[in-house]
Ligand binder design. Sequence first.
Ligand code: F3S
Length: 755
Amino acid sequence: MAFDLDLIKKLYAGFGAKVETARKVVGRPLTLTEKILYAHLWQGAATQPFERGKSYVDFAPDRVAMQDATAQMALLQFMQAGRDKVAVPSTVHCDHLIVAKENSKVDLDRAVHESSEVYDFLASVSNKYGIGFWKPGAGIIHQVVLENYAFPGGMMIGTDSHTVNAGGLGMIAIGVGGADACDVMAGLPWELKFPKLIGVKLTGKLNGWTAPKDVILKVAGILTVKGGTGAVVEYFGEGATSMSCTGKGTICNMGAEIGATTSTFGYDESMSRYLKATGREEIATAADAIKEHLTADAEVYTNPEKYFDQVIEINLSELEPHLNGPFTPDLATPISKMKEEAAKNGWPTKIEVGLIGSCTNSSYEDISRAVSLAKQVKEKGLKTKAEFTITPGSEQVRFTIERDGFLDIFDQIGAKVFANACGPCIGMWDRMGADKQEKNTIVHSFNRNFAKRADGNPNTYAFVASPELVTALAIAGDLSFNPLTDTLINEKGEKVKLDAPTGNELPPKGFSVDDPGYQAPAADGSGVQVAVSPTSNRLQLLDPFASWEGTDLKGLKLLIKAKGKCTTDHISMAGPWLKFRGHLDNISNNMLIGAVNFFNEKTDLVKNQLTGEYGAVPATQRAYKAANVGSVVVGDENYGEGSSREHAAMEPRHLGVRAVLVKSFARIHETNLKKQGMLGLTFADKADYDKIQEDDTIDINGLTHFAPGKPLELVLHHKDGSSEIIMANHTYNDQQIEWFKAGGALNIIRKQFVK
Ligand code: F3S
């Protein structure tokens, strides 16, 4: 569980000099984001300025965090790297596989039973390779990271999009795919396009009913779900320093909902207080010593327009509580306008359930403010109208709020306490009656509210709000209730008004926990056996991919010519396939089943050139593999857009596809293909896409002289006996060509470590 004080001290020791060099190289004052990025260059000190939104830069993150669903493939790949231990401190958190239904104990026991195979695997790999393991029930990855590992000025990657939560403690923390996590754990650099910068100036001070959540709900309304794409959002101003560290975490967490690379805040007193309260006083002391480097240069915040690509200003003193939704987190409605908006749009106003907690909003402050409202139910003779649930973010928070009597108060309003896990936030909510698909409204303090996200019912209207507003609305049972102005009728028929919430930023008696649920790895893991049953459906150890045979590739069959959009979802679907994320062969049965075949406009129906029959894409490819015949996948523009899911590159590699030839690639997918030792090529002339015919056999020539910038020659042998030559470009550099030759980047890494 221990944080790495020595590593942090080492980073801080060189931080100032790196920032100073960067300032000289860039030739102007620096934002906090730039300071952290330049202090984490893989190459060491900066030698040139990077262009925002253009330059691809190699970084050296300080840590890696993984949640259980994504950790499986990341760790299966890491096991192939041949290292004895991870190169940077890393942790695994079991939070995504627990279904919320009855209560924390029953739900947790069921999950441990049903997913024991996955948990045992993750625990044993962690133990073997020096990875900290947080057991099911210990908490949600981002809350546990904030409590234990995040630190000002640090850089972290995590295999979950809300990794960005750690920006609340002044980090640059970014969500990535498992292949990236594997690289960093194996000791390789991590590449990122140097981000653009959005500055958000917070003036005034939060008061009354308004909470940090309302800041990000407002920002989401301004920037929309795409507005932060490719950018880091840096918050500053008196409003920023006056709010709690965990409140900052909430704001950064939901930066994922505006598509931002990440969000961050400068180091301040609130972070120091939080570090001390969570047993990390030494980090606070070390951060104090370099605090001028852990925030932007003064000039930046005085003239933000000069240094950020975009600046937004929000006056917290005037900010109203917001409710965002339904179905999208950027549809922002101030509470005073909700009555009107709900009527206009036909949103059901009866609230069925209020849900607080999740990784976004389960700090002590959040819960204490919510409980101050729950208390008023009895005091004012009210009755809570909606169901109410609490999903604590960590065992430490749960234990502390139980100790302080908060759970008893929630119990009095009939609240259900779910396990310290994702539960209803990720659709792992076995909600009674959800299958009837009735139109209904829920309010929650989570981050996402897309259709079906919470309970699988497409007709559940989910609104996102602060935990205190969720509590007030659950008490009222009415979406159009404005607690700032409206009254409720109590059991005696009297009109009563809820007092504004109050709470404590940190527990007055300190945090407390009996068993935090942490398993430290073995000091020497060499003797630890990794538990994977060879008959498992859900897990499969990976075999290294074969290296290149050293010749040009002849006689490849066209597997599919995909038409139009082909995202990573089309290449490797999610939904029911998620359970096979740790089993490459099983999940490969979804390969390209969503792609549209150019020749018949159908999905998952392609011609098997060996038999002339039409069949599913995975089955056809398996037939080619069995016959020892390679194949080519042809695609359109921006092939592989979407997520950084490495399965979309691993599946074709596993099933024997030799090349993916497209008009253009989404960059991350192209890199993933290269990492897996696959040929990712683009048509030199995009019009050549039209020359590919259904029965083509393809040769790829020039591989024996494969070199950066040198196109390859493809010969298309058509069914009528004619042939055509087309050229294909590629973006492989020298190192990536070595990956191709070795059969994948991991095979190269392994050579370094396996003697
Ligand atoms: Fe889990 Fe929801 Fe957070 S899925 S990690 S609680 S965003």
